[in-house]
Unconditional design. Sequence first.
Length: 299
Amino acid sequence: YTAVEIKHGRISMIAVMGYIMPEIFRFPGCEDFKNGLGALSSIPVEGWVQLVGLIAAHEVLVKPRAGGMGLYDFGLGTELLDGISEEELERKQTVERNNGRLAMVAIFGLMWQDGTFGKSPIELMQTDGWWGPSVQFIVQDIRPCMDTNLCALPQRNSRLTMRAAASEGSAFLETTTYNPEEFEMSAAVPYLRYPPSKYRENRIKKIEAMKDPYPHKWPVTCSIPSLVQKYSSLEPSSEVEGVEVVIAGRVLAQKSMGKLIFYDLHADGAKIQIMCSEQKHKVGDFKEEHKLIKYGDIM
């Protein structure tokens, strides 16, 4: 049992490193291979033959050294054990076994996360933050987490933020003293301050100008979780033409990039990003229509 546990621990430590290293370095010719569980479907047959052959050769040819400490002693690194005390030898053996146990738990967690989200953990951290999409939308607006990958993905400054920071003479920037009782934070743009009545009046006027801001019902044809699941097999940047889907959710993020506007829509415990393109806009003025949508709205 000791030999089996140590062997499994060593394999797990190599497997954990195998999850990390492909994100840093790949051998020539292996650039298109997927990492993690994705390797099961992307490595060609000849690659599997090499892997199985290497493992089989190791099992058949590599034997425990004669007079060693057990079936797990293959004679590698024994020079590090020469001249040390029994207590230090026991400590080093304990360290290896504890590291192996930790690696067995770690590789199981890495594979579980990979299977749940369809991405390797390193790739998931780069695209959805430290906690993953199921928690990202909760922690992304917590102040200590907003500028680090440890909690959430850092939010990209919008053009409005940069323009407001550059225009120090703007009437809406906090450049003069004010009475807190006369002003309140803007719900849509927190770093700007508006007189409460003025902001409310403008918002009401825009809503009243809309054709039907509060419809009797939403003609929803698909929920966000089912939509994400249905098209989860799509490759990045691919498109499906001729399919019309109606969804609804609350806007918890809004970003603009040139002629594109992105919304993070949340509903039923799931999130989806909507990309609105001016080139595909058909009804009304693109910019004016999207000016009506604010953080927290249901659309």
